[in-house]
Ligand binder design. Structure first.
Ligand code: C2O
Ligand code: CU
Ligand code: CU
Length: 492
């Protein structure tokens, strides 16, 4: 719809109410009120922190996995319908060594199509879970993943276009951990002291997960009032007086967290999406957007038994988000232990890619609902990249295999938050102008997803692998992605 026609429609909204679908009506009402931001993130309701944290099972080599419907108890032991890649919510943690070939026999036991995308892994295009490669209800597919990349905290989730957000929200997601000898040699906290935490917010109505974004919520992203860690609302975990390695994934569809501890203690950021940083960075809080990972070290060494510390999200500047501080989970120090671990000064080596080595710079103008209104049609396709809404079959960018390129994500006119993600490659963040105006700790390493806040322009540099084929890049606000904020690029 053209803006002109839309304005006419808004003006006539009251008269034509019967013929305007409800979603358009709510949009029109909102537009009549003002041309500004829509709703804010829903306030988080903190729980009691009396439920023990649990961890998914671990898979180490070849195995089979199903996407299916399950029933779990969420919030006061109600029976809640969820989706999972095994029993319960979420999926197994896959832990493998770099260099191995992982094969996964996947079955779709859902009543609709799905597929699996290995977020951050550099796998062949036909194994990447491109939205055109869907697996029908009742069908199977064998994923063969030849791993050749750095150790890191990767993850997996569905990617069928228009259905990704709902399927992830309902529970389909899991960790994919790659180990290598470089990381091994650091002797980072492991075993009981290495905790994988996926943070996700859910809206829950009458004991059931409720995914029903309004038009406002397609714009801001769908947020929930309950924050879950590993599928548990408001959990606690017992720790001893030692260092812990927390590998955190923001698996929410749209909510951004500003991770911190309730006693305001500092912590060390040691890794990000694509593995370890070169050196640890000490911070007191850390912003993590949907799809991003943070690998941190936190010390409980100075605490006495009985001490309780919360992992919290602090307020931040983020348009419709960041206005509330809330607790995410509780750590309870329940045991005295000695720990001789010291944080290494050097974690890994990262060769910066020289901007001069880039053969091309591509500008990606990302537009939210307000900026894109005259471009897309109402009801869907309100979020665009270079004024385009996703088309499965259209190739939007063509990249030479092995080429080094700079991509600029330009949200300088925008009021929405866009965590931008590129499949099939790991990049380095060169700079951020506007908005926060600088890079944060996790942006000093290899990344596959970068948070572009309102008014920001972020440039990244990457060398594409030799692997040819079609991959996508998109906003990892999954409401925006499903709305079409995604393009195809082909490596030739
Ligand atoms: Cu985690 Cu294409 O996404
Ligand atoms: Cu991905
Ligand atoms: Cu977005």
């Amino acid at each position: 719809m053209k803006r002109r026609e839309f304005v006419k429609l808004s003006g006539a909204a009251a008269a034509s109410i019967a013929i305007i679908p409800p979603v358009l009506q709510s949009c029109a009402d909102n537009m009549n009120m003002n041309m500004n931001m829509g709703s804010n993130a829903v306030p988080v309701k903190e729980g009691a922190f009396t439920t023990p944290l649990t961890f998914p099972s671990v898979m180490t080599s070849n195995f089979s996995m199903q996407a299916k419907g399950n029933t779990v108890s969420l919030l006061n032991a109600q029976s809640t319908s969820v989706l999972g890649y095994t029993d319960g919510i979420l999926g197994p943690t896959i832990k493998v060594d770099n260099g191995s070939d992982v094969s996964i026999a996947f079955q779709n036991q859902l009543s609709e199509e799905t597929n699996v995308h290995w977020h951050g892994l550099l796998v062949p295009a036909n194994m990447d879970g491109h939205p055109k490669d869907v697996i029908n209800s009742g069908s199977s597919f064998n994923f063969n993943l030849p791993l050749s990349q750095r150790a890191g905290t990767y993850w997996y989730h569905p990617h069928p276009h228009g259905k990704t957000a709902r399927q992830v929200f309902m529970g389909l997601a899991g960790f994919f951990i790659v180990n290598d000898s470089e990381e091994q040699s650091l002797n980072l906290p492991s075993g009981d002291q290495e905790l994988l935490l996926v943070i996700q917010d859910k809206r829950i109505k009458n004991g059931q997960l409720n995914y029903s974004p309004s038009m406002d919520e397609v714009m801001t992203g769908y947020t929930g009032e309950y924050v879950l860690v590993n599928g548990r609302n408001a959990p606690f975990h017992n720790v001893s007086t030692r260092y812990y390695r927390l590998r955190i994934l923001n698996g929410s569809t749209a909510r951004v967290y500003n991770i911190a501890f309730s006693d305001n203690q500092s912590f060390e950021v040691i890794g990000t999406d694509g593995g370890l940083l070169a050196q640890p960075v000490t911070v007191n809080s850390l912003l993590i957007g949907p799809g991003e990972r943070a690998d941190i070290l936190v010390s409980f060494k100075s605490f006495s038994v009985g001490k309780e510390v919360y992992l919290i999200s602090r307020t931040f500047n983020g348009g419709a988000q960041g206005r509330q501080e809330f607790k995410i989970m509780k750590f309870v120090v329940n045991q005295q232990a000695s720990d001789s671990f010291t944080v290494p000064n050097q974690l890994s080596s990262i060769q910066p890619i020289a901007p001069a080595s880039a053969s091309k710079t591509r500008i990606m103008k990302i537009k939210g609902m307000m900026e894109g209104m005259n471009m897309g049609s109402m009801g869907s396709g309100m979020h665009t990249i270079n004024d385009k809404v996703y088309d499965l079959d259209r190739i939007d960018e063509t990249v030479q295999a092995g080429a080094t390129e700079i991509w600029e994500f330009d949200n300088s006119d925008g009021d929405e938050i866009h965590p931008m993600h590129i499949h099939g490659v790991q990049f380095q963040v060169l700079q951020r102008t506007g908005g926060r105006g600088s890079l944060i700790a996790t942006e000093q390493g290899w990344k596959d997803t970068v948070l572009v806040m309102p008014r920001e322009k972020v440039t990244v540099i990457m060398t594409f692998p030799q692997e040819k084929g079609v991959f996508v890049f998109h906003c990892h606000n999954l409401e925006h992605e499903d709305d079409g904020m995604m393009l195809n690029y082909e490596v030739v």
